[in-house]
Structure formats: structure tokens, C-alpha cells
Design a binder for this molecule. Structure first.
Ligand SMILES: Cc1cc2nc3c(=O)[nH]c(=O)nc-3n(C[C@H](O)[C@H](O)[C@H](O)COP(=O)(O)OP(=O)(O)OC[C@H]3O[C@@H](n4cnc5c(N)ncnc54)[C@H](O)[C@@H]3O)c2cc1C
Length: 263
């Protein structure tokens, strides 16, 4: 029996696994994908996260950005130099998340990928977690299975509303900049973001209110073309985003929701 079963090997699951294993607890992380796994995400990470860890994230950072450009319908630019001690980190999520999981592994956490969780049952004083590879037992469960994971529902929490966002990965060009760009006015109740990485650009688009966006693909491709980016070998992904909608209970008997699973 494990002290804690963590479902999901994203940043929330990796963080929980790292700290629990470091604190001497027996931990297993169950992840449905094969690791390292792609995650539709632009990968802009606040450097503030470093304060919660005693290892250096440098090997997992693709690029650091020191300035942001804001535009309205690609016009009227406002450029802001970020006056922070440490620039904003740009990461490739497969690299970043896997690096964090490897740190947890070094502390003794067991990682089981290709292991989708299919259900959970409370057995009086512990949880039985059912997976495609058999059952796992643990005193506590951390549900870190992201915006569309099934754990919150299985644990009895109310249905969350996730919103669709689009991510376009554009490979590196000669004109790679180190500037983050936010464009407003083209997306109703939302915006377009362009996050530079050493490997290229992650362009994303999403809305924060109202119904799901229409014409996402057309808008994001129009943006890329106006920005002079070559889309011939870009990859397009859809992802879900959960927006925080106020205080809610995030725990139940011996179980807690973590990361985007709790928004
Ligand atoms: C297009 C887009 C752009 C974004 N850009 C940014 C950004 O620039 N900066 C930022 O901070 N945030 C960004 N986000 C949000 C960010 O991606 C999430 O907040 C973050 O990934 C949440 O981390 P997490 O660990 O909670 O969940 P996730 O990273 O989603 O990890 C959950 C894990 O659980 C696994 N899982 C799910 N179901 C099961 C199951 N049944 N059994 C086992 N495993 C399971 C999944 O495979 C996944 O690996 C973006 C999101 C999108 C969609």
C-alpha cells in the first residue's frame, strides 16, 4: 500500500510527487500517456515557481523572455520591458514536465506511464485505484489529471466547465525573437498569444468568457501570416483550459484535487 497515489504526471502531479517523496512518503504517479508526453500549452512559466523547489530548473528552460508587446488588432503596439529579477521562462512542456517527474523519481517516487486510471473506490480507510494495468492501493489520492481528467467527477465533485483553446507550434525561423506578444481585439472575450521558444513559436488563442470560439483556426493562421511566420510545417493542437470560477471545496475523504483538475 502506498502512502499516496497521484493521478497525472503534469506539473501538479510532478510537484506533489517530488515534495511527498522528498518528505519520506511512498508515492506512485499513474499517467495514461507514454512519458515524456506532449501537452498543448504555450509554456510561459513564471520564474516564481523556483522558490518552491531546491533543484535548478535551468535544464528544462528553452528560452527566457524579458519583454512583452501588446497590440490591438496587430496595431498600436505597446512594448513593456519586464522589470523582474528573473525573466519569464519559456518551456517545452514535454521537457519541463518530464524533468520535474525525473526529480521526483530521484527522490524515490515510482512512475507508471501508459497506465490510465479507469475508476476509484474508497475502501473504508484507503483508496483502491483501478487502472488499465490492474489495481493500486493507497492511503491518500491526489487527482492531478488536468482540465479534462475524469477524477474530479469520480471523487464526487461537480462538473467543471473547460474551454477550448488552440495551439499552433511553428518551427524556428531566422527571425526568432525573444519577445512575448499578446494581441487583443481579434478574439471575442479573449486574446491571441505568441510565446517564443528556442525551437520556434507557440501561438495560442482562447477566450475567457461566453461560448466557445468560432473560426479559431482561421484567426490564428491569419495572425501567423500577418506576423510573417511560415506555417508550412507547423503543427496544430487543441487543448482545454479551465478558468477559476470562485472558491470551491477541493478535498474529500483522503483525496484532494490539484492543479488544473481543481479549477
Ligand atoms: C493552448 C494552451 C496554452 C496554454 N498556455 C499556458 C502558458 O503559456 N502558461 C501557463 O502557465 N499555462 C498555460 N496553459 C495552461 C496549462 O497547460 C495548464 O494549467 C497545466 O498544464 C495544468 O497542469 P496540471 O499538472 O494540472 O495538468 P496537465 O498538465 O494537464 O497534466 C494532467 C496529466 O494527467 C494525465 N491524465 C488525464 N487523465 C488521466 C487518467 N485517467 N489516468 C492517468 N492519467 C491521466 C494527462 O495525460 C496529463 O499528463 C495553456 C493551456 C492551453 C490549452
Amino acid at each position: 500500500m502506498f502512502d499516496c497515489i497521484i493521478v497525472g504526471a503534469g506539473p501538479a502531479g510532478g510537484t506533489a510527487a517530488y515534495h511527498l517523496a522528498k518528505g519520506g512518503k511512498s508515492v506512485v504517479v499513474l499517467e495514461k500517456e507514454s512519458l515524456p508526453r506532449y501537452k498543448a500549452c504555450s509554456g510561459a512559466v513564471s520564474p516564481q515557481v523556483q522558490q518552491w523547489f531546491d533543484f535548478d530548473f535551468t535544464p528544462a528552460i528553452s528560452l527566457k523572455a524579458e519583454s512583452v508587446r501588446y497590440t490591438w488588432k496587430m496595431d498600436d503596439p505597446v512594448e513593456v520591458k519586464l522589470d523582474t529579477q528573473e525573466p519569464v521562462w519559456m518551456v517545452q512542456r514535454d521537457v519541463f514536465d518530464h524533468y520535474l517527474i525525473q526529480q521526483a523519481q530521484k527522490q524515490g517516487a515510482e512512475i507508471r506511464d501508459n497506465t490510465a486510471v479507469t475508476g476509484v473506490e474508497f475502501k473504508g480507510d484507503h483508496w483502491q485505484v483501478n487502472t488499465v494495468n490492474g489495481t493500486v492501493e493507497g492511503r491518500y489520492v491526489i487527482a492531478a489529471d488536468g482540465a479534462t481528467g475524469p477524477m474530479a467527477k469520480w471523487l464526487g465533485f461537480k462538473e467543471r466547465k473547460s474551454r477550448l483553446a488552440l495551439a499552433l507550434e511553428v518551427p524556428k525561423s531566422d527571425t526568432n525573437s525573444k519577445e512575448i506578444h499578446f494581441d487583443f481585439g481579434q478574439v471575442k472575450n479573449g486574446f491571441i498569444w505568441n510565446i517564443p521558444k528556442a525551437e520556434g513559436y507557440s501561438i495560442g488563442l482562447g477566450s475567457l468568457r461566453g461560448g466557445d470560439l468560432k473560426d479559431m483556426e482561421k484567426i490564428v493562421k491569419g495572425y501567423a501570416e500577418k506576423s510573417g511566420l511560415d506555417l508550412s510545417s507547423c503543427k496544430q493542437h487543441e487543448g482545454a483550459i479551465c478558468v477559476w470560477e470562485g472558491q470551491e471545496k477541493l478535498h474529500t475523504q483522503n483525496a484532494v484535487l490539484a492543479g488544473e483538475a481543481n479549477t
